[in-house]
Design a protein around this ligand. Structure first.
Ligand SMILES: Nc1nc2c(ncn2[C@@H]2O[C@H](COP(=O)(O)OP(=O)(O)OP(=O)(O)O)[C@@H](O)[C@H]2O)c(=O)[nH]1
Length: 356
């Protein structure tokens, strides 16, 4: 019979291990298995996971010379786990080969383990797997109630931890979703205005630091109201999605596109001169004309402007962005006024030249 101080030691050690969140689940579970091995004086400890007929070793601690590792898979029916799951509760066997119930079990035939103590782990209303400890050597004493108590305590912590980890993963997924919704446009799946602002702050600071240049372009679908009015809002939505995709595909690796709102998109071309900006914008205009969603070709107007940070002092990114957007918007206005389906650069507008 084990003394009460021995069970107190289990509780104390379990408390230490379970408080050690910062070291991660893998560390905690390995320490818990080690504690079980010391507690039961056995040498193989496993947390298994069972899905259908597949038994997988989730975590294990084994002595030198035993080839067993995390991720190893077995046929569930031929494992000791099958015995424990069938029992629906703790199982303790001191000498499997001498036990009429188990001597001919496929698990004993396959692995030949003599002593075994295991318990089912439940998760989400189902059996997740088992926590088990075993050895090829018969047990020298009888398993006691206090052994089962210790095993149940360990299993309870694992069950709580599995739930906690699942909730943590759900929370993380929810956070990712919220982040996506905050910075991406749900219709086109490209960044929205807020996402653009965040990206551009980094980009403009980088351009300033590297004293480099770049082009900003506003792309606006022509007569989009007519698309909605003629073919319906849902076709309008599909056109917006196709335009976003077409622009994304036409861009180079470091170029950037966001939906500014409505049928307007903003494009940023880092380290790009005017000639290169013209070339990419022309490519985009041609690609958009090839969209086949409507009976007539779709056209866009583009207003572009240039940022040149060569030989300039550190810029204020927010002010610079506002300035670039305003210039591109003037150029876009001009493109619309000149008849649409064209690209105008702010630097080429006559009034601007006069002012300059
Ligand atoms: N289907 C759809 N339509 C939208 C969305 N956001 C804005 N719009 C529509 O886009 C249209 C924009 O119309 P206008 O600003 O008059 O521009 P336009 O008809 O493209 O004319 P120009 O830009 O001058 O060539 C409006 O009818 C808006 O209702 C959207 O998410 N989905």
């Amino acid at each position: 019979m084990l003394s009460p101080s021995s069970s107190e030691a289990v509780i104390r050690r379990l408390y230490q291990i379970t408080q050690d969140y910062e070291r991660g689940f893998e560390h905690q579970i390995t320490e818990l298995i080690r504690m079980g091995l010391t507690r039961f004086k056995l040498d193989i400890g496993i947390l298994s996971h069972v899905v259908g007929e597949l038994y997988t070793v989730d975590y294990c601690v084994v002595p030198d010379g035993i080839e067993l590792k995390k991720g190893d898979e077995f046929d569930f029916k031929s494992t000791y786990c099958a015995i424990t799951c069938k029992a629906k509760g703790p199982v303790a066997i001191e000498n499997m080969g001498q036990d009429d119930r188990y001597a001919s079990h496929p698990a004993y035939q396959a692995f030949g383990l003599e002593s075994y103590i295991g318990i089912p782990i439940r998760f989400d209303g189902q059996v997740y797997g088992t926590l088990n400890f075993s050895s090829a050597i018969p047990y020298t004493r009888q398993f006691e109630e206090i052994d089962i108590d210790a095993l149940q305590l360990m299993a309870s912590w694992i069950e709580v931890e599995l739930i906690r980890r699942k909730q943590e993963q759900q929370l993380e997924a929810l956070n990712q979703k919220l982040k996506f919704q905050a910075y991406y446009d749900s219709l086109t799946n490209i960044p929205n205005r807020r996402g653009m602002f965040k990206h551009m702050m980094k980009e403009l600071n980088r351009a300033s630091r590297n004293q480099s240049q770049g082009s900003l372009s506003l792309v606006d679908i022509d007569f989009f109201k007519r698309v909605n009015d003629t073919y319906g809002h849902s076709v309008g939505d599909q056109v917006l999605q196709q335009v976003a995709q077409t622009i994304s595909e036409a861009l180079r690796e470091y170029d950037y596109v966001a939906r500014l709102g409505g049928e307007e998109f903003v494009l940023w071309f880092p380290d790009t001169n005017e000639a290169d900006n013209l070339e990419v914008c022309r490519r985009i205009m041609a690609s958009i004309k090839r969209i086949e969603r409507l009976p007539e070709p779709l056209t866009v107007s583009i207003g572009s402007c240039q940022l040149d940070c060569k030989n300039c002092n550190k810029i204020d990114a927010a002010d610079t962005l506002a300035d670039l957007l305003e210039k591109a918007d003037k150029a876009l206005y001009q493109a619309k006024a000149d008849g649409r389906n064209r690209l105008v650069r702010y630097e080429d507008i006559i009034d601007v030249k006069k002012e300059g």
